[in-house]
Design a protein around this ligand. Structure first.
Ligand SMILES: *Cc1c(COP(=O)(O)O)cnc(C)c1O
Length: 280
């Protein structure tokens, strides 16, 4: 979803490998990819953990680039005391039902401290018209549905509480899974408040399919985010990337497994997941 927005504008996404500890962009690999044609950096705050924004903002200032934060998985997350989405030029959020703040259908939001960008977004989302029926831009229909907005208004009050629940579930997994030698638990960077949209472990030297099947047979659903790294997706074939270009991303796609995490997960349910992983 992130890179298709770039391609839809006729621009080319340029990929970099991930930091294997966080699964976010490896910030030390951005600079070498910046050229005269570069317009923006688009960090994705993956799994609820903010990207290392200090470095990204430093580069954006140095090279005069815009920063568009993909906060679809990280609403409410913080980096050095600032909310994800408030650091760059624009923050993009999703209210797809499975997100931390989900509507009952599709929805999304942009934030910006730049009044020009906010105004432009308002125009683009309603068919490019600032004044109804006077169309100045090639816009789209992207209004937030009123019913979804009503649902989000109610649900948003609970978000801080849900975040705390997600974090305590994550810390319990961290503690209980720490001694299982084939599992690598997720790492939190310093000075950040991660909101654990996903709790993603690595399985090292184990047959992931088999473990996933065993968990499934015991009523535990797990997911693989993501089975195919972006540079190997069919849609981006024309960019000319190949297997081996981003070894950490490729390795992660073969090793990761996301365990159940959501505010309503009971202690008993979590204990069951942990118990299964200990005996597998
Ligand atoms: C869900 C998601 C999106 C897309 O959100 P939509 O509301 O489906 O457009 C974009 N980026 C990331 C990282 C996501 O998880």
């Amino acid at each position: 979803a992130t890179t298709v927005t770039i391609a839809a504008l006729g621009a080319n996404p340029v990929f970099i490998d991930i930091n294997p500890d966080t699964y976010n962009n490896h910030v030390n690999k951005i600079q070498e990819k910046i050229t005269d044609k570069t317009k923006a950096i688009m960090p994705v705050h993956l799994f609820g953990q903010p990207a290392e924004m200090n470095k990204i903002m430093e580069l954006s200032q140095k090279y005069n680039l815009k920063v568009i934060e993909d906060c679809a998985q990280s609403i409410g997350a913080e980096y050095h005391g600032k909310k994800a989405g408030s650091i760059g030029d624009i923050g993009c959020y999703s209210f797809f039902p499975s997100k931390n703040l989900g509507a009952y259908g599709d929805g999304g939001m942009l934030t910006s401290n730049n009044f020009g960008f906010a105004e432009k977004a308002r125009i683009l989302r309603q068919h490019g018209a600032k004044i109804k029926y006077y169309h100045d831009e090639l816009g789209v229909n992207s209004r937030l549905d009123t019913l979804q907005a009503a649902i989000l208004n109610v649900k948003s009050k609970y978000l801080p509480e849900w975040q705390e629940k997600r974090r305590s579930i994550a810390y319990k997994y961290n503690k209980e899974l720490a001694n299982i030698e084939y599992i690598v638990t997720p790492k939190e960077i310093d000075n950040c408040y991660s909101v654990y949209h996903q709790y993603t472990i690595r399985l090292v030297g184990k047959n992931r399919n088999q473990i996933q099947e065993q968990l499934k047979d015991n009523g535990v659903q797990t997911m693989i985010y993501y089975p195919v790294p972006l540079h190997l997706q069919k849609i981006h074939q024309s960019l000319g990337y190949k297997l081996g270009d981003f070894p950490e991303s490729e390795k992660a796609s073969n090793e990761v497994l996301s365990l159940p995490i959501f505010p309503e997960l009971t202690e008993e349910e979590q204990n069951k997941v942990i118990g299964l992983l200990k005996t597998i």
